[in-house]
Ligand binder design. Structure first.
Ligand code: G4P
Length: 526
């Protein structure tokens, strides 16, 4: 193995998908605790503060602060380099989530043990499915009253249509949750709580028939536990790594992020099961191997003003092949020039650190004053080879629209800069840009609030948003624009492509019936 192959083989890039409140923030923090990136849990954010201000805009800022600090975290674990990407929990940011999931090789699906699969879990799961991402399921909050383990497995299978195979079997639940039996290693793991879950939970391993265990559980509960373990071991399908890698089967772990039970096991399974950086099928049919020495990567996330003092912008880059070295020059096809990557950073907890080298599978941040755009391809040019043709990052037709009115005309410059930068970040989509009052379109209402807050706070341009009565939109081919214009509201996107806005799904359907020759597109032309 070459040094490059060795380094790439020890990279893991993954995201946690969860319905809000399932415990994603808590689990992230505990992964950092076990990865040694923080030494005391309880620091990633002050959750209680967030609650008390939930209703005002500060909450947005704080929320953003959190997602920023965890947008791409890197930590070491047992010889591995783990890259954990944050997926916004709120459903309004589905596009952002989609882009993030294009930058990982595996996902942890986090469920609340008292709720099982929830609406946002389903949406995120579907995106993972489309990408054939391998998913490890972590059933959290076992320290609270929980559904039966069999019921939870059944719920995952029925609702998501994926085979759910337990790797461990929980020992009790609620206040009696003491650990679990490893169905494959045939070992019982017992945990102890620490105050506030701030430190790693002490763990003891023993056999299932240990007299102490029986005493701890009581004879009846122990007998039931042994019976369930036997059924789980014999009657349920066996774990099949190939099926997992194809995204057809999910291994299931049980635990409690708040008390740290099961967090270490989750990490060791990520190490053993989650794939190293995967080859990428390019649009021209070629396969990009991560071990190809030539450096390539793409920008999947932009974040402006991460540091208010510096007013800089960070482009998050997934390295897709080769080795990155600080100061290297890379080609950016969209810019038609080479740029020097002088300022690469990685994020550890809330710290950002300049890095000298990185490999395929890593996520790095490039700080620049607005040079990059979402979807930008960066690659090392050795001759005059053509750039890798990645599948374009998806854009979806927005469901909510508003007209943006600048209320202080003295701030036009700031306003224009703000809308264009926030659109580059993917916060909103812009329409009719050349007009005095452009339109913005978003996937969900919360994005309006974020947009208004940020344009006023970060760019000093006060605005009023006038919601428009459109509920859906579709791109159309330029040749159809004249025809379509007679029937419905037509606008142009940032690239000048025509978009039709509809007041309801019903209007959209009737338009389609009346104009069978006009093709409606959910995504913009590439
Ligand atoms: P999210 O990012 O997915 O939205 O979830 P977050 O981690 O914020 O957790 C949501 C709530 O669930 C928090 O409680 C958190 O403490 C709790 N929680 C997370 N994991 C576990 C677990 O394993 N067991 C139990 N019992 N609770 C868990 P909160 O009341 O909103 O905040 P706090 O006041 O407890 O900090």
């Amino acid at each position: 193995m070459t040094e490059l192959e060795r380094e790439i083989a020890r990279r893991r890039a993954f995201a946690i998908i969860a319905h809000p409140d399932a415990g994603k923030t808590t689990l992230t923090e505990k992964l950092l605790l076990y990865g040694g990136a923080i030494h005391l849990a309880g620091h990633v954010r002050a959750r209680k503060d967030r609650k008390s201000t939930k209703s005002d805009f500060m909450a947005l800022e704080q929320e953003r602060g959190i997602s920023v600090s965890t947008a791409a975290l890197q930590f070491d674990y047992d010889g591995m380099v783990m890259n954990l990407l944050d997926t916004p929990g709120h459903q309004d940011f589905s596009e952002d989530t989609y882009r993030t999931l294009m930058a990982v090789d595996a996902a942890i699906m986090l469920l609340d043990a008292s709720r099982g699969v929830e609406p946002q879990t389903i949406k995120l799961f579907k995106i993972c499915r489309e990408r054939n991402l391998p998913i490890i399921t972590f059933i959290n909050k076992m320290d609270m009253p929980a559904l039966e383990a069999f019921e939870l497995l059944d719920n995952v299978e029925k609702v998501l249509g994926i085979s759910a195979v337990p790797l461990v079997w929980p020992m009790g639940s609620g206040k009696d949750f003491k650990g679990y039996f490893d169905l494959y290693g045939k070992i019982l793991h017992r945990f102890e709580r620490t105050v506030g879950g701030a430190h790693k939970a002490p763990e003891a391993v023993t056999g299932i028939d240990d007299a102490q265990v029986r005493e701890l559980m009581g004879d009846d509960a122990h007998a039931k536990f042994c019976e369930d373990v036997a059924i789980a071991g014999e009657a349920l399908p066996q774990f099949d790594k190939e099926k997992f890698l194809q995204g057809e089967m999910t291994p299931v772990l049980f635990g409690s992020a708040v008390t740290n039970f099961g967090v270490e096991h989750l990490l060791s399974h990520l190490k053993e099961l989650a794939p190293a950086p995967r080859p990428i099928l390019l649009d021209d049919g070629a396969v990009l191997e991560p071990t190809e020495p030539r450096f390539t990567g793409f920008v999947f996330k932009m974040q402006a003003n991460m540091n208010k003092l510096h007013r800089d912008r960070v482009a998050f880059l997934r390295i897709t092949s080769g080795k990155f070295e600080r100061g290297m020059s890379v080609a950016v096809p969209r810019l038609e020039k080479d740029v020097k990557l002088a300022n690469p950073v990685a994020f550890f907890g809330q710290e950002r650190t300049t890095i000298d080298t990185a490999y395929a599978g890593d996520i790095i941040g490039i700080i620049s004053p607005g040079l990059y755009r979402l979807g930008d391809v960066l690659f090392e040019r050795t001759g005059n080879e053509k750039p890798p043709e990645f599948h374009p990052l998806p854009r979806f037709a927005p469901d909510v629209y508003a007209r943006i009115v600048l209320t202080d005309t003295g701030k036009t410059k700031q306003f224009r800069k703000g809308i264009s930068e926030l659109a580059d970040e993917g916060v909103v989509q812009l329409f009719n840009l050349s007009e005095q009052t452009p339109l913005i379109g978003v996937i969900g209402q919360l994005q309006f609030d974020v947009f208004k807050y940020r344009i006023e706070d970060e760019y000093g341009a006060p605005i009023r948003l006038e919601p428009l009565a459109f509920e859906c939109s579709r791109w159309i081919d330029a040749k159809d624009a004249a025809k379509a214009g007679r029937f419905d509201k037509i606008v142009t996107d940032e690239k000048g492509n025509p978009v039709l806005l509809f007041e309801s799904q019903f209007r959209l359907r009737s338009f389609q019936e009346q104009n069978p020759d006009v093709t409606l597109h959910l995504h913009p032309p590439v």
